[in-house]
Design a protein around this ligand. Structure first.
Ligand SMILES: Nc1ncnc2c1ncn2[C@@H]1O[C@H](COP(=O)(O)OP(=O)(O)OP(=O)(O)O)[C@@H](O)[C@H]1O
Length: 300
């Protein structure tokens, strides 16, 4: 469905834009229809930059993004609008997506004016009510309220419902639940799992391995802008091959083990398995280590 091919993003930095920062380096992976792909990496690894390039909020320095085989970079006007009907994003901080002086209804009104201007108002409101119920909200409790009168979880669900009004095929969920409390998190995660069952593809961007594991069929591990490992989530999580993935997994707190034991377990595993070199500055290539499981190794 959506394919990233050798995607690279270089930012100009510093005074007079004299510096260069390669935030995303030659990244390739696919997001299949009806699947959740987790994009996992530490802060600054380039996850949001990839999400923003998919949503066309940032230009691509090199490489391509294709939706159903079509390069998205040249899309304009009606074609771009069509793209946004299929691909939408929901971001970390639900509060910043709303203007506090307007009622939340405005989110839907803006959408109507751009995409559904010809639809009869009562038909439109029926549609809004249907999606609000779909994401577990009571329209009568939500419509007519100001953002400060609603919880973070409710605001996040409204943003998801907004995406669903467009019948999107792909949702880019960037740290969607990081700012929510534990119980609301589970509700929103379960909502995403339900939407997945209905055929929605999701790119689930997270620094939290356990969240990535909970939801996704496929995992892509990012380190300093490079993909270091990717494949079926269970294979990446239970048979990690790259040194960085091993390290990342060992940093997940466990209730049944002390930190030092986990560290030494992983060290044994890393040593025993001869995990691949973490230095990613050199040229590297993705090697299939087992079916549907790839790891970056340094090119000789
Ligand atoms: N507009 C920009 N101009 C210059 N550098 C940027 C810009 N946006 C991001 N960067 C840099 O690119 C790198 C990747 O940033 P990005 O936001 O994609 O990381 P991330 O993995 O999403 O991190 P986080 O989990 O903290 O959000 C970082 O070093 C960041 O400082």
């Amino acid at each position: 469905m959506l394919e990233l091919i050798n995607l690279t993003k270089v930012f100009k930095t510093g005074m007079f834009s004299s510096g260069r920062l390669k935030a995303v380096n030659n990244v390739s992976f696919k997001i299949e229809e009806g699947e959740v792909t987790s994009l996992i990496g530490e802060s600054g690894s380039g996850k949001s930059t990839i999400g923003k390039m998919i949503l066309r909020l940032l230009t691509i320095t090199q490489g391509e993004i294709r939706l159903d085989g079509r390069d998205i970079s040249g899309l304009k006007g009606a074609e771009l609008r069509d793209y946004y009907r299929k691909v939408q994003g929901v971001f970390q901080d639900p509060f910043s997506s709303y203007n506090p002086i307007f009622k939340v209804d405005r989110v839907f009104e803006n959408l109507r004016s751009v995409f559904f201007a010809k639809m009869h108002y009562s038909d439109w409101m029926d549609k809004v009510h249907t999606v609000l119920k779909l994401v577990g909200l009571d329209p009568d409790q939500i419509l007519g309220k100001y953002p400060h009168q609603l919880s973070g979880g409710q605001l996040q669900r409204i943003l998801i419902s907004r995406a669903l009004l467009l019948d999107v095929n792909l949702l880019v969920a960037d740290e969607l639940i990081s700012m929510l409390d534990a119980s609301t998190r589970i509700d929103v995660l379960n909502l995403l799992a339900d939407l997945k069952k209905k055929g929605l593809s999701i790119l689930f961007i997270t620094h939290d391995l356990s969240l990535g594991y909970y939801l996704s069929e496929r995992a892509v591990i990012l380190f300093k802008g490079h993909v270091v490992e990717m494949g079926r989530t269970d294979k990446v999580f239970f048979n990690p091959q790259h040194y960085y993935t091993c390290k990342l997994l060992s940093s997940v707190p466990r209730l049944d083990k002390k930190w030092e034991d986990i560290e030494s377990d992983h060290k044994k595993k890393i040593d025993g398995r001869k995990c691949f070199d973490p230095i990613m500055d050199a040229e590297h290539e993705m090697v299939e280590v087992e079916e549907d499981h790839y790891v970056a190794v340094q090119r000789r």
